[in-house]
Design a protein around this ligand. Structure first.
Ligand SMILES: Cc1cc2nc3c(=O)[nH]c(=O)nc-3n(C[C@H](O)[C@H](O)[C@H](O)COP(=O)(O)OP(=O)(O)OC[C@H]3O[C@@H](n4cnc5c(N)ncnc54)[C@H](O)[C@@H]3O)c2cc1C
Length: 308
């Protein structure tokens, strides 16, 4: 690998946006992603229920440049808009897969250590394999993980990232072959456990009616270390209270824990940077902690490296 390449850690919306901008400007980029697929918190899971979005279900946008970009994605058939909300077609991670296109990405590669040498940035993965040197580096991962990764090589930026508290969220998906209709909405009492309930209908690639239950931040924090089976049991019991007659047991169920779901710096900064060493730290948490912020941060990160 030549040292003129840019390394990007994290293939969520932030990392992919930065990679696309740099690639369009003629840079060679190499993405590193610890999961088997792209998307990060836009991930979806293949299950007996069909594809289920595990994180963001739909997102909001009000920033002019982001809205213009969404227009392109909509024309490409990657997105649909319902009122003021956008969703990926046919699911969220398909959007990031489309955005990623042919960009160089090493999946199942978790970067555990960074060092800056005269030749550039060296990255060490979970197998002890070294990657680089890279002339420039973008770290596009949640704040607590960024803080750990940067602690040795950029302690000031690490400390700034460490100030962000990212809250957890448990998600539970319940699949029913026979569709159900809830008798009442969540009561304030139930909302202490389940913040949101989203049903989705049976469709061509969706063999079951799926109810997605998003646990409240307070409940998720308190039950962070519970076993998935316990979480499914507790949330299913709360969900059953929405029906006059107890619903049957779900035909399929799974739980997913987001240890770092949502959070942001107290003062939005777009990115943190040490441009003298070609380092930019980006992510939704550098803005308002939402998808739009992730896109803005990724684009800003790329622009900073291009201008430096
Ligand atoms: C349950 C939930 C609901 C949400 N609801 C909404 C909503 O309604 N509206 C909205 O706008 N936003 C919502 N969000 C937030 C939105 O999903 C995020 O703002 C956005 O996806 C963040 O993108 P990102 O690229 O900054 O981070 P991420 O998506 O977290 O991407 C970071 C990537 O880095 C990878 N990674 C981490 N560490 C390493 C490492 N050491 N080496 C290699 N790879 C690594 C991760 O695997 C991940 O793929 C929600 C999030 C969750 C979890």
């Amino acid at each position: 690998m030549s040292s003129s390449q840019v390394a990007i850690i994290g293939a969520g919306m932030t990392g992919i946006t930065a990679a696309r901008s740099l690639n369009n400007a003629g840079y060679t980029v190499q993405l590193f992603e610890k999961s088997r697929g792209s998307g990060g918190r836009l991930a979806s899971n293949r299950s007996a229920m069909g594809r289920v979005n595990l994180g963001t279900q739909a997102f909001h946008a009000d920033q002019a440049e982001f809205l213009a970009e969404l227009d392109h994605w909509q024309h490409a058939g990657w997105l649909k808009q319902t009122e003021q909300q956008w969703t990926g077609i046919p699911y969220m991670s398909a959007l990031t897969r489309n955005l990623l296109g042919e960009l160089n990405t090493l999946f199942s590669c978790e970067i555990r250590q960074l060092s800056h040498t005269q030749q550039g940035w060296l990255l060490l993965d979970q197998h002890g394999q070294q990657h680089g040197p890279f002339a420039q580096l973008i770290v596009a991962i949640p704040a607590p993980q960024a803080s750990t990764l940067l602690s040795n090589c950029a302690p000031d930026l690490a400390a700034c990232a460490a100030s962000v508290v990212m809250q957890p969220t448990w998600m539970v998906a319940l699949g029913f072959k026979e569709p159900l209709t809830a008798s009442q909405p969540l009561s304030p009492m139930q909302q202490r456990i389940i913040a949101e309930v989203r049903p989705s209908a049976i469709a061509a690639e969706q063999p079951m009616q799926t109810w997605l239950l998003r646990a409240s931040v307070a409940w998720s924090t308190e039950h962070l270390e519970d076993e998935p089976a316990q979480v499914i049991h507790r949330l299913s019991n709360c969900f059953a209270e929405l029906f006059d007659t107890a619903p049957p047991e779900a035909d399929s169920a799974f739980a997913h824990r987001w240890r770092y779901a949502l959070g942001a710096l107290e003062q939005p900064l777009n990115t943190l940077a040490d441009l003298s060493r070609g380092l930019v730290v980006a992510g939704d948490w550098c803005g308002q902690g939402d998808l739009q912020s992730a896109w803005c941060s990724g684009r800003h990160a790329a622009q900073q490296l291009i201008n430096s």
